[in-house]
Design a protein around this ligand. Sequence first.
Ligand code: MG
Ligand code: MG
Length: 256
Amino acid sequence: MRIKTPDDIDRLRIAGRHLAQVLHAVERAVAPGVTLKELNDIAEREIRARGDIPAFLGYRPSSAPKAFPATLCVALNDVVVHGIPTKDDAVLREGDILGIDTGLVHEEMIVDSGRTVPVGKIDRTAQELIAVTHEALMIGIDAARPGNTVGDIGHAIETYVKKVSTFGIVEHLCGHGVGHKVHEEPQIPNYGRAGTGATLVPGMVLAIEPMLNEGSKDVIFERDGYTVRTSDGTRSAHFEHTIVVTEHGPEILTEV
Ligand code: MG
Ligand code: MG
C-alpha cells in the first residue's frame, strides 16, 4: 500500500464525511415496506449530489465474474455482505436486520463504510448481534496505532467477541487498505495473533470491518459471485469504518 500524504488525508476526510452523510440518509429510509432497490437509488443519488462517484458501481474484484451492478451492497438477515440490491425487488419486513455498505470516490480518494441497522422492532438476539459487532469494530479501531501490527487489530476483535458472546467471527472476508483503490494491502483479518503481520505506521488508511454470525462462522458464496450468506442460515451483522493511522492513534474518517 502507498502511505497517504497529508494532502491525500485532507481529501479523505472530506470523502469520509460525505460517506457518513450518505449512509445516514440510507439508514433513515430503512423501514418495513421499503425495497432494497429504493435504498440503492438513495445511496447513488446522495453520492452524486455531493459531486462524488459511487466506488462499488462497476467495480470488479478479481474473484468476481462480472462488475458489481449497484452502488450499495446490502445484507439482509442471513446475508453477511455484498448482496446485490437490484437483482430482485426484495422488500424489508418488520424484524429484519439489514447491512448497508458503500464506498465513494472524492477527488480520486476512496472511502468505504457500512453498518447493520434494524428494520422496525427486532428481537433481543439481533440487538445483541448488532451491538457486539459495532463494539468489535470500535475495539479493532482502537488497536490501529503506530507500532502495533495488523495482527493486533484482529487479536483485539477476536478476544472481545469471544469474551462476550458465542457469535461466529467470519474468517473468509477481511478488512483492507483503502484510499487509492477500493482494496489495497494489507488484508486485515478479524482474528489473529498479537504482534504478527505488518507494522502500522502513520499515513496508513484502513477499512476495518468485523462480520459476526449468530451461529457458525462458516459462509457460502452465491453463484452471482457476490452475495455471501451464513452456511447455517443464521443472521449476520457487519460494521465498517475507514480510518487513518496518525501518530496520535486512529482517526475515523467515515463519520460526521
Ligand atoms: Mg464496505
Ligand atoms: Mg471494505
